[in-house]
Design a binder for this molecule. Structure first.
Ligand code: UDP
Length: 243
């Protein structure tokens, strides 16, 4: 498929048109951002790592019958994706208290939740992505009632699939954010799933291996992302030796 002109550019990714109107090329940049883009940086090699992690996770989800926009990797920093109409809702799933759960409710970071918590945020940077609930979604016609049910069901299913996947790699999936898109009457998991959009801790030491290292100036961002990639890929190759 031929890569054509730039279609959209965000803080950490670019989307290019292709010669097939149903597909786009998603390029991961090395840019790092936090706090609604107020904090900016560049981490050499992050784009390539996130492309590989996202590609692996999308393929893994597809193998468990979760439809995603991923088609295939096309370069170290790029994947071919189905073109979708993005639903302007960010769906967050949490297993362990962190981030906004601490600042909003005063709960203790690291506390395991009795059951997963699913939250919705309006995807609007100018409003700092405010939290919304299902009735906001309906009242503002952000999605159909059936779609909201599906978002919730798919987000929980992704958690059920990914949490043990990370656990087998001695990683704790603390929380993650998903975006969804409409493609020919289907709902697809879109955007990316990477340490930029998930909180991932080492299971034993609880060392943060995600964007919090950048947010909190902890250093070692690239090494942490690389560690996540190595554990994902490494575990797969050792599994294939066993089977
Ligand atoms: N998240 C994200 N993009 C956003 C907001 C949150 O990818 O615009 C991810 C974030 O990295 C974390 C999860 O969603 O894995 C929950 O984030 P939280 O609501 O705690 O907000 P934050 O601490 O990022 O402000």
């Amino acid at each position: 498929m031929e890569k054509l002109d730039l279609f959209l550019e965000g803080r950490t990714k670019r989307l290019y048109r292709t010669d097939n109107e149903n597909f786009l090329i998603l390029e991961f940049k090395d840019n790092a951002t936090a706090f609604d883009g107020q904090k900016k940086g560049k981490i050499e090699g992050k784009g390539a790592i996130n492309n590989q992690i996202s590609s692996h996770l999308f393929k893994y989800l597809e193998s468990h019958h979760v439809a995603t926009h991923f088609d295939r990797s096309v370069s170290p920093t790029e994947m071919l994706v189905k073109k979708v109409e993005i639903i302007p809702i960010e769906v967050v799933v949490r297993n362990v208290v962190s981030g906004r759960m601490v600042t909003l409710y005063g709960w203790k970071e690291g506390e395991e939740l009795k059951c997963p918590v699913v939250e919705y945020y309006l995807k609007d940077n100018s409003l700092s992505d405010p939290m919304i609930n299902e009735s906001h979604v309906m009242a503002f016609e952000l999605a159909e009632a059936e779609e909201v049910k599906a978002l919730n069901r798919i987000a929980r299913k992704v958690n059920v699939i990914l949490r043990p996947f990370f656990d087998r790699r001695e990683l704790l999936l603390v929380d993650f954010k998903l975006e969804f898109g409409r493609h020919k009457n289907y709902l697809l998991v879109a955007d990316e799933i990477s340490p930029d959009t998930c909180r991932i801790w080492d299971k034993k030491s609880k060392k943060k291996l995600d964007r919090d290292r950048f947010r909190k100036d902890m250093g070692g961002v690239k090494d942490a992302y690389q560690e996540v990639l190595t554990r994902i890929v490494g575990a797969e190759s050792s599994q294939s030796v066993i089977t």
